[in-house]
Design a protein around this ligand. Structure first.
Ligand code: X8Z
Ligand code: ZN
Length: 612
């Protein structure tokens, strides 16, 4: 960075001198020349920015990798200090980029300048003291989440994946409530840190010319921020009737299982009974709500155990799906450097993630794998990130990203939609493919994971955007959180949650400052991708039974989109695979069409009053 500004000045000075010699001094020519020199200055700026950001990214990746694999006071300090340096550089470059956006530059350069301007998720104020404070808060919040544990009265202290396993397996409302409440205690100390983080990052966003951090986060989708919000409402409007039917059915079944005292037949569902720490996906309660006569009769968790799958074998199996599509195998360093199993001797951030340390080939995942169907899917999700990263490695640094953040989250999930019974049979996990009479069971399981997730995927940032804009004040953090949980998901806290608590902080992405709308988008996009890739593969059956396993045409089309990275607006990337530039939830509705009919029948027969 230090070399960068003087170099630019020297360049424009040289141009000015040579112009003087040639004697072109009319007003018009002068302005043309100054536009030309400005244009060259902008090109030079972009080149230098890419180089310094690329160099810095390797340093930050390494320090964050080490921090989240060994959480100690020292690694926290080191990661904060590199974070501070990176933010200062990014903020400076974002401010400078804004100065060039009106120039007559080529599309790619203008796109790079816009990305430089708008892609910060935690912008610091220009004041270096405040930047340092923000970097240290951000590290501390991450550490608090990673170190989080709940200790039972008998002295056993469990980490997040271990507590999540209880939430997924137990049917004892008292134990579920204890774990639900216990995990949320980790977030209480985060409240003042989060409040300050919002204050500082908002100031940073304002320094960059945005109204607040909400506007900045919503500016990353190749459209105006308010148009993006409207687009989300439209997509959610498409899915909501299906969600309402699913909610109605599940609540009715849980009401029968637990009784009116625990789950009322009319109100929101208590959040500790849905098989997941955050009630975000409900696949784990499939057995409790399964249809009597349409159960496919197998459980992937049991199949994995029966066939002696350990953590590595699970990852190898996922890799082989991508290989079957024509993607190269993962490099040796992936296997040497990834974290697959929770270490016993130290604190790590267990929340699954995928990394690209050198922006080329040093790709890795970090995950405390549980040998379950759920984590088998998450492994595909993470590898989707890694294959995307590798596919766009030939792009210039600023374009080394997904078309929009929803695309990055959608790729591995798209592949996981192909884990059908016939695929499981092909890889030797399942003996017999259940016949079509079991489709409702398969679809219900899938809907519990995917459709149930959608309002959750949406509400987190609805909350955060209001926090950033000041519409939700710190005194209302928890109340507003639960209001939105009820509004979108129709779930409620099982016990009173006052402002003494900070329940949003118990979800990784809040202390981790990871935008969450990406997962909502991904849940729409993955059904669009799956449908189109199945078409490309020539599959003629129902789309929920289609697996693209082994289909090189589908793989090649997918790869064409992945290789584009962020070089073009996302509608163009979407069009490569789906033929359409629009995000559209029709593919979700098509996929679940038979289930929608069945849910309505069930709800009518049981005379259920839907809604909450
Ligand atoms: O955070 C993740 C991935 C890493 S990007 C494991 N997901 C969201 C979550 O766990 O809350 C995947 C689905 C939603
Ligand atoms: Zn992800």
């Amino acid at each position: 960075m230090k070399l960068f500004q003087p170099k630019l000045k020297r360049l424009s000075l040289l141009i000015a001198i040579s112009i003087g010699v040639s004697g072109c001094n009319s007003a018009q020519d002068n302005s043309q020349t100054s536009t030309q020199s400005k244009t060259e200055e902008a090109q030079q700026f972009i080149e230098q920015a890419e180089q310094s950001l690329s160099d810095l990214s390797i340093e930050i990746n390494r320090s964050e990798w080490i921090y989240s694999n060994f959480i100690t006071a020292d690694t926290a300090a080191l990661s904060a200090s590199v974070g501070e340096k990176q933010t200062a550089t990014s903020v400076k470059l974002a401010t400078q980029a804004a100065k060039y956006t009106d120039l007559p530059l080529d599309d790619a350069s203008l796109r790079k300048l816009n990305i430089l301007r708008s892609s910060l998720v935690l912008p610091a104020p220009l004041d270096p003291v405040k930047n340092a404070e923000l970097a240290s808060i951000s590290s501390e919040l991450n550490g608090l989440y990673g170190k989080g544990k709940y200790c039972f009265e008998d002295g056993r202290c469990l980490t997040q994946p271990e507590l999540s396993a209880i939430m997924g397996e137990s049917s004892d409302p008292a134990l579920l409530l204890e774990v639900w409440k216990g995990w949320r205690d980790i977030a209480t100390p985060m409240r003042p840190l989060f409040e300050r983080e919002v204050e500082l990052a908002n100031e940073g966003a304002i320094d960059l010319g945005y109204a607040n951090l909400s506007e900045l986060w919503r500016s990353q989708y190749d459209m105006k921020p308010d148009e993006f919000s409207t687009e989300l409402d439209r997509l959610w409007g498409q899915v909501k009737p299906l969600y309402d039917s699913l909610h109605c059915y599940v609540r009715g079944e849980l009401n029968e299982e637990y009784g009116e005292d625990v789950v009322s037949a009319n109100g929101p569902i208590p959040a500790h009974l849905l098989g997941n720490m955050w009630a975000q996906s409900w696949g784990n309660i499939y057995d409790k709500v399964a249809p009597q006569d349409a159960d496919p009769g197998y459980d992937v968790t049991e199949l994995l155990a029966k066939h002696n799958y350990d953590e590595i074998k699970m990852v190898k199996q996922a890799e082989s799906f991508f290989s079957s599509l024509g993607f190269d195998e993962l490099p040796d360093t992936f296997w040497e450097r990834s974290l697959f199993v929770q270490p016993k001797d130290r604190d790590v951030v267990c929340h699954a993630s995928a990394w690209d340390l050198d922006n080329l080939d040093d790709i890795r995942i970090k995950m405390c794998i549980q040998k379950t169907a759920e984590d088998f899917s998450v492994i595909h999700h993470e590898l989707g990130h890694n294959y995307y990263q590798r596919a766009y490695k030939g792009q210039p640094f600023i374009f080394k990203n997904s078309a929009n953040d929803g695309f990055h989250e959608a790729i591995g999930d798209t592949i996981a939609l192909s884990i059908t019974p016939s695929y499981l049979k092909q890889i030797g996990l399942l003996d017999e493919v259940p016949d079509a009479s079991k489709d409702i069971g398969l679809l219900l399981k899938q809907a519990l994971d995917k459709v149930a997730f959608m309002p959750f995927g949406l509400m987190i940032d609805q909350w955060r955007w209001k926090v950033f804009s000041g519409e939700i004040t710190p005194e209302q953090y928890n109340q507003a959180w639960w209001d939105l949980r009820e509004k979108y998901q129709g779930v409620k806290a099982p016990i009173e949650r006052s402002e003494d608590y900070f329940d949003p902080g118990a979800k990784y992405h809040v202390p981790g400052n990871v935008p969450y709308t990406r997962y909502f988008l991904a849940h729409i996009l993955q059904f669009q991708f799956h449908q189109s890739l199945c078409d490309i593969a020539g599959d003629k059956g129902p789309v929920h039974r289609c697996s693209i396993y082994g289909n090189k045409d589908a793989g090649s089309k997918l790869n064409t989109m992945l290789e584009m990275g962020q070089s073009r607006p996302w509608p163009e990337a979407l069009k490569v695979v789906t033929g359409s530039p629009e995000m559209d939830a029709s593919a979700v509705l098509d996929y679940f069409a038979p289930l929608q009919v069945w849910l309505n029948e069930q709800n009518t027969q049981a005379n259920r009053q839907c809604g909450w």
